[in-house]
Ligand binder design. Structure first.
Ligand SMILES: Nc1ncnc2c1ncn2[C@@H]1O[C@H](COP(=O)(O)OP(=O)(O)OP(=O)(O)O)[C@@H](O)[C@H]1O
Length: 607
């Protein structure tokens, strides 16, 4: 690498006159007050301050995660090598490791880094693997590389420190020029914390990276490592410049002497801590900073790196992204199969319950369940034996058909409505890191989640179809019945996706699902005959897809029936069974498209 290339990869991150104001019930609150500074390449910059001083807010501003809104106002200039940057630009060269480690618990440490590398590292698979191996080595994660991350559902997992390092590795693997970390040492013992910060320092020096982090109470060993320190009180700087002895000299000149045997960081935290005694000194700190350090910092900003930033923008193909997400989703199902198993068990139990309740009612086929497979194989056709024999039988049949429709819808609606919210944090984090397109995420997950929604209705149907004795006059009738079950299940999936992509948390999504389900059931054409609906409200029934499911399944059941009165006329079935299939397919595609757009529009910047 020549000198010019090396300098072009180095980024000085500067911020000038940054002010952040939020509107609260009590009035306007200043989170950051006209702060300016520089974080230099090949250095580690530590931001210290008491709780609530504005450290995280500053990192959010540097990474462009805070946007102007009705409640929040952000002013100031953020630049990388004198080029003003926005959220998208930052993601091309920078990475942000938030305080919470948002990782997918069913992945191993290596898989987690590999996922990020596959999607964001340029080159062939060998190069991607090499970067992963190097990152595992830098962060001392080799020993636990094949251990599952673990969490709520997958109990056995890596330790807190390994988790933190995996989180950092997930961002480092993409080789960012600027890496910003919010409290990377929280939850780590002092020695692990020291190892981590020294690795970050080595990384900054060896690879000319800009490393910025907030830290609460660094040990004296860690304190020695800081190249640059920023001290914040109430959203204002009281110090910015070299670490170690320089900072102690600065405060000593103001009459604040750190006792010889005390950890300098602890001493500084004690004089910054918000209490009445310290508060009297705040004006002195601010005034000294403004007169002694601010002009010097402004000069440093002016002298900062001016090279144009090399664009690292690299995106894998849409199909490759879908492949990677689908592969991960499949692994997720394999390693945490509880939802999949629950869906299958639910189908078997519900199939048996329905089969037993409606078992071989009056005049129905006497074919028993175990003959089912043979029945289908020999394409058995029966001559009208499955048609209703009485009004009572017809009512039973209608009830069964309607129940089957709403049951299938409900069985897939609920699990699918929590599918996006349960992974939302992971998605938001990865989306913020611009690992993939949100559309690829949607389709990658859909491809895998659709599988149980097809297997389950088939199982359900296989169990109850012949137990009950539905219309098996032709093979076409039998298959159409199964097609209806699958379409209902996919309808539930798409309705669930709508809820899950609008509502960001699991509880709200589950709570709102009856709002989707109940009107569908009421306007489905069974509980209330459509002819009896008031004319002003009748049009609404067309908006609820269960109407078409019931129409299709009933039209199939009563096809060529000789029964009088005609069940199709009594039910006022409006459409032919195939017309209903096309309408249902339209609904499913339409709802999936809407939910995809909702997911895209509902993204936010992680703070
Ligand atoms: N959206 C908001 N609305 C109102 N107040 C806010 C908002 N965001 C942050 N604050 C307040 O701004 C102050 C600074 O918050 P910030 O999270 O930056 O502090 P911090 O220094 O990182 O604290 P800690 O070390 O405890 O994480 C806090 O008093 C916080 O309550």
């Amino acid at each position: 690498m020549d000198i010019k290339q090396r300098n072009q990869n180095a980024i000085d991150l500067t911020f000038q006159n940054v002010t952040v104001t939020v509107q609260t019930k009590q009035g306007k609150k200043l989170l950051l007050q006209d702060v300016s500074g520089i974080c230099k390449s090949s250095q580690i910059t530590a931001i210290l301050g008491s709780s609530g001083a504005g450290k995280t807010t500053l990192l959010n501003v540097l990474t462009n995660r805070i946007q102007n809104s009705k409640k929040v106002q952000v002013n100031g200039k953020i630049q990388a090598n004198s080029t003003e940057i926005n959220f998208r630009k930052f993601s091309e060269f920078g990475a942000y490791v938030m305080q919470d480690d948002v990782l997918l618990e069913t992945m191993t440490v290596r898989e987690c880094l590999q996922f990020a590398a596959n999607l964001k590292v340029q080159g062939d698979q060998h190069e991607k693997d090499k970067v992963v191996q190097e990152t595992l080595k830098i962060l001392k994660l080799e020993r636990c590389q094949n251990t599952l991350i673990g969490g709520q559902f997958v109990k056995k997992g890596i330790s807190g420190g390994e988790r933190k390092r995996t989180s950092i590795g997930f961002e480092l693997v993409t080789n960012p020029s600027v890496i910003i970390l919010d409290e990377p040492t929280s939850g780590l013992d002092s020695f692990t914390a020291y190892l981590l910060i020294s690795e970050l320092k080595r990384y900054a020096i060896n690879k000319e990276k800009t490393v910025v982090f907030t830290i609460h109470s660094p040990s004296s060993d860690i304190w020695q490592l800081f190249d640059r320190v920023m001290l914040l009180i109430e959203g204002q700087f009281i110090y910015q410049g070299k670490g170690n002895q320089s900072i102690l000299n600065y405060f000593s000149n103001q009459g604040f002497n750190c006792p010889r045997l005390q950890n300098p960081a602890d001493y500084l935290m004690s004089i910054m801590h918000q209490n009445n005694k310290n508060a009297q000194n705040y004006p002195i700190y601010f005034q000294k900073y403004d007169s002694l350090l601010k002009p010097y910092v402004e000069k440093e900003i002016e002298q900062g790196e001016k090279f144009e930033i090399l664009s690292y923008k690299f995106e894998t193909s849409f199909v490759y992204q879908i492949q990677q997400i689908a592969k991960r989703s499949l692994n997720n199902v394999k390693r945490n199969p509880i939802l999949f198993r629950a869906r299958i068990i639910q189908a078997i139990i519900m199939g048996l319950i329905v089969g037993l309740i409606y078992f071989k009612s009056e005049g129905r086929s006497q074919v028993v369940f175990f003959k089912l497979i043979v029945q289908i194989l020999i394409y058995l056709s029966k001559d009208g034996s499955n048609h209703p024999t009485s009004i009572r039988d017809m009512n039973d049949r209608n009830g069964l058909l309607f129940f089957v429709c709403i049951n299938q819808l409900m069985m897939s609606l609920k699990p699918c409505s929590v599918s996006f919210p349960s992974m939302r944090k992971v998605f938001i984090r990865e989306d913020n890191s611009k690992l993939y397109s949100p559309y690829a995420y949607f389709f990658g997950r859909l491809i895998i989640e659709i599988i149980p929604q097809i297997i389950s209705p088939i199982l359900y149907g296989l169990i109850q179809f012949y137990m009950v004795g539905l219309n098996d006059r032709t093979v076409g009738n039998v298959f159409f019945y199964f097609l209806c079950l699958i379409l209902n299940s996919l309808l539930g999936l798409s309705l669930g996706y709508i809820g899950g992509s609008i509502f960001s948390d699991v509880k709200t999504a589950v709570f709102m699902s009856p709002l989707i389900f109940v009107p569908n059931a009421l306007f489905g054409g069974f509980f209330k005959n459509r002819k009896n609906l008031a004319s002003w409200i009748r049009w609404i029934e067309y908006l609820f897809p269960i109407k078409y499911s019931f129409n299709a399944i009933a039209a199939n059941e009563y096809e060529n029936t000789h029964f009088i009165p005609s069940p199709t006329e009594l039910l006022n079935l409006e459409f032919s069974k195939w017309e209903c299939v096309y309408i249902l397919l339209g609904f499913i595609i339409g709802l999936l498209t809407i939910s995809c757009f909702c997911l895209v529009c509902n993204r936010k910047r992680q703070q």
